[in-house]
Ligand binder design. Structure first.
Ligand code: BT5
Length: 325
């Protein structure tokens, strides 16, 4: 059920910058003009800003910078993903909370979001910088009907979903997927993905899909450690990012692509992945836990495994690792 206040907000959002008259809102919702005015006051207290145009009505001029469940649900179109939201101001890592919730049986599509992470992490326990209120620090609990082997390509599915969401909302921004888990814009990292798994021998209990997106940082907000390699969507798009709308869009694409992936495997998303990737065809250096290779990233298999053609013609398959382009 949606409250009257949220219904009013939905209509003003849907007007997309056009004025919405208070009288029309009152009439169509069957409430008094005063009731509408009171809800508008509450919305302003929550951080929405409006211009009031004489004889025309309200025009939305700003949304609060918050990822609260109320904000996200305004934009949400999914069936499962994001229908249960655990929202925190400060957490150590949303991955840690997700692990615990998944063990306790949290349903498919549950999400955990923190405005700030004090111990955000990447792969191999590398730190992930997660300053307050600037980014999207989120973990999605996914329970797909696939084997643990198949699940290893899920990170690529997530990368495609996040790329689609960003491209749809910000037409001038073109993220490129760097295998396996980075999205780059103009060569700099704006998104990292960390997929962890709870599994038995041949059964996936849950995937904990960590998504970290730099949204509204200014260049000076990044620590010296990453200042040269990181960017934010705001820096690239040249406008303030509505994080709640972006979260909802990511969840929309992730739900769609997850269904496809469970039914038909990664192969069904391979073409899309290739179009969005900046890896294939490039000369790369790969570091795996044990070894280092050089060569040309010549392709990706139907299982999402990277193929590297070395100078002597040997083709290696790379399941996990870091690459340098
Ligand atoms: C990743 O690891 O890129 C996965 C990052 C996943 C973060 C999400 S946020 C929500 C969830 N909760 C968590 O605790 N984690 C997940 P990796 O490929 O290992 O890259 C890590 C490297 O990226 C670091 O060593 C830095 O060089 C760089 N880095 C750290 N913070 C960054 C940031 N905010 N933006 C861009 N690069 C960053």
């Amino acid at each position: 059920t949606i409250s009257m206040k949220d219904e009013i907000l939905k209509r003003i959002l849907a007007a997309d910058g056009e004025a919405v008259s208070g009288q029309e809102l009152a009439d169509s919702l069957g409430v008094s003009r005063t009731a509408v005015w009171k809800h508008m006051q509450t919305l302003q207290e929550e951080g929405y800003t409006f211009d009031t145009i004489k004889k025309k009505g309200y025009v939305l001029t700003g949304v609060p910078n918050s990822l609260s469940p109320t904000q996200i649900k305004l934009f949400l179109k999914t069936e499962h993903f994001g229908r249960l939201i655990h929202y925190y101001d400060v957490v150590d890592s949303t991955q840690t909370i997700a692990h615990k919730l998944a063990q306790e049986g949290a349903p498919h599509g549950t999400i955990i979001i923190g405005e700030e992470q004090t111990a955000g992490r990447g792969r191999m326990a590398r730190p992930w910088e997660s300053a307050h209120g600037t980014g999207i620090w989120m973990t999605v609990i996914v329970r797909p009907d696939v084997t643990p082997q198949q699940a290893s390509s899920y990170t690529l599915v997530v990368a495609v979903a996040v790329t689609m969401a960003i491209k749809t909302l910000y037409k001038d921004v073109e993220p490129a997927i760097k295998w396996p888990n980075d999205l780059l814009i103009n060569g700099k990292k704006c998104t990292g993905i960390l997929t962890e798994m709870q599994a038995e021998a041949d059964l996936v209990q849950a995937l904990l899909v960590g998504i970290g997106i730099n949204a509204n940082q200014a260049a000076a907000d990044f620590s010296p450690d990453i200042a040269d390699i990181a960017t934010s969507l705001r820096l690239e798009a040249g406008e303030e990012i509505n994080r709640a709308a972006l979260v909802a869009s990511i969840l929309h694409y992730l739900e769609q692509f997850t269904e496809l992936y469970v039914k038909e495997g990664f192969a069904s998303l391979k073409t899309l992945w290739q179009q969005m990737s900046c890896t294939i065809g490039q000369r790369i250096e790969v570091t795996t836990i044990r070894e280092r290779f050089e060569g040309v990233a010549s392709g990706i298999t139907d299982d999402g495994v990277l193929q590297l053609t070395q100078d002597d013609g040997t083709v290696r398959t790379i399941y996990a690792g870091d690459i340098k382009i």
